[in-house]
Design a protein around this ligand. Structure first.
Ligand code: HEM
Length: 393
């Protein structure tokens, strides 16, 4: 996918020595030509939208579709339509039905119980890290296991079962160039989740998946929803935790501020979301001709909405390139905007607000174990982050 949209690769590119900033080329584009006509590898037009106001306007505009089957593929044709249940590929009104059913399952009571569990598991992960001793890869010891627990709780599976989905789920969003590997991972996950749906129907418990079995959704739809939750929730949160820790380590005064006063965790997490943009771009396709600033995005042409530069828009955020954990929260676009705005955002917040303060207070001497330029970045995945983060303390 990334190969065929050169502009999408730009969203994941980084200038040397600036792992957290969108590349200068994209920033210049936002400042000079925030709506820019570009092209796919086959020459078909695609638009790059890079300032905050235009990105949000398109995300809120029903003339732009999220459907897979309206996306132009190289050489013509489109992808198949979204599988029933996959709300990330459906417009209203098909989207509305699934969205409502799912929203109803993210109850306050469940979120509260999850918070307690997250706190306990974070402590377990940190204790294990301490036991093994430095150096440790923070991705393996911290950033991955904590979101995996969150997903286990949602799906209602024992934490020990995370190995049955974790590796495959990471492959789905990890950007492995080999499409067969991705398809095999998807098929294995589908099989695991359809078994789980059957088990929940037979033996419902107090989890989201069991809750949904009481609706009129089919087994196939329920399985797909499980797959969507894994695909949307696991790798995003894991990369926020690892890239966020990397950013804190590179900004020691900010890290010290969070350690000194963990009650700023709320604004700190919003600022890290803004600063890092782990989902650096989203795609929408025009269903009819849409005129913006005197230019026409024609029906069938897509727009790449650059979240990373929108989140650094100086017209909205003062000193946008400064990481300031006490910055008044709000206004970032890291969970999207409009009807597809992230369904799991409260959950992700709960996890991050528990995990970051716990990490920095437990390890006051936490520091990188390698120079920053040796931390491998993820340039090939649709979610930005780090592959590994060696730390010592
Ligand atoms: C920090 C972590 C996360 C980030 C940065 C993130 C980001 C996003 C973004 C940008 C979108 C909108 C995509 C678009 O409009 O094209 C989205 C949608 C979604 N997210 Fe998240 N997400 C995170 C965590 C989660 C979690 C924990 C879950 C659930 C377990 C989740 C479930 C979803 C779902 C189901 C959608 C689709 C909603 C819809 O189409 O109506 N996300 N997320």
């Amino acid at each position: 996918m990334l190969e065929y949209i050169p502009a999408a690769k730009l969203a994941l590119a980084r200038d040397p020595g600036r792992p957290f900033d969108p590349p200068g080329e994209l920033t210049r584009m936002r400042n000079e030509r925030p709506l820019e006509r570009s092209a796919l590898v086959d020459g078909f037009p695609i638009w790059v939208v890079s300032d905050r106001a235009r990105v949000r306007a398109i995300l809120a505009d029903p003339r732009f579709s999220i459907r897979y089957d309206v996306l132009h593929l190289p050489g013509g044709g489109t992808m198949p339509p979204a599988h029933p249940g996959d709300l990330t590929g459906l417009d209203a009104p098909e989207h509305t039905r699934y969205r409502r059913l799912l929203t109803g399952e993210f109850t306050v009571r469940r979120m509260r119980r999850l918070t307690t569990r997250i706190e306990a598991v974070t402590e377990e992960c940190l204790a294990e890290m301490e036991r093994i001793g430095p150096p440790a890869d923070l991705v393996q010891t911290f950033a991955r296991p904590i979101p995996a627990l969150m997903i286990c709780e949602l799906l209602g599976v024992p934490y020990a079962e995370r190995e049955r989905f974790e590796a495959d789920a990471i492959l789905l969003t990890g950007g492995d160039p080999d499409i067969e590997t991705i398809n095999a991972a998807g098929a294995a996950l589908y099989e695991y989740l359809s078994g789980l749906v059957a088990a929940k129907r037979a033996n419902p418990a107090d989890d989201l998946l069991s809750g949904l079995t009481k609706s009129d959704l089919t087994d196939d739809e329920l399985t797909t929803i499980g797959l969507v939750l894994l695909g949307a929730g696991l790798d995003t949160t894991a990369n926020m935790l690892s890239l966020g820790t990397f950013a804190l380590l590179q900004h020691p005064a900010q890290l010290a501020a969070l350690r000194a006063d963990p009650s700023i965790a709320g604004s700190a997490v919003e600022e890290l979301l803004r600063y890092l943009s782990v989902v650096p771009f989203m795609t929408r396709t025009a269903l009819e001709d849409v005129e913006i600033d005197g230019q026409v995005i024609k029906a069938g042409e897509s727009a790449l909405l650059m979240i990373s530069t929108a989140n650094r828009d100086p017209g909205y955020f003062p000193d946008p390139d400064v990481l300031d954990l006490r910055r008044p929260a709000g206004g970032h676009n890291s969970f999207g905007h409009g009807i597809h705005q992230c369904l799991g955002q409260q959950l992700a917040r709960v996890v991050m607000q528990a995990a970051f303060p716990a990490l920095v207070t437990r390890f006051p001497g936490l520091r990188p174990a390698v120079p920053p330029e040796e931390v491998p970045l993820r340039h090939n995945a649709v979610i930005f982050g780090v592959e590994r983060l060696p730390v010592e303390w």
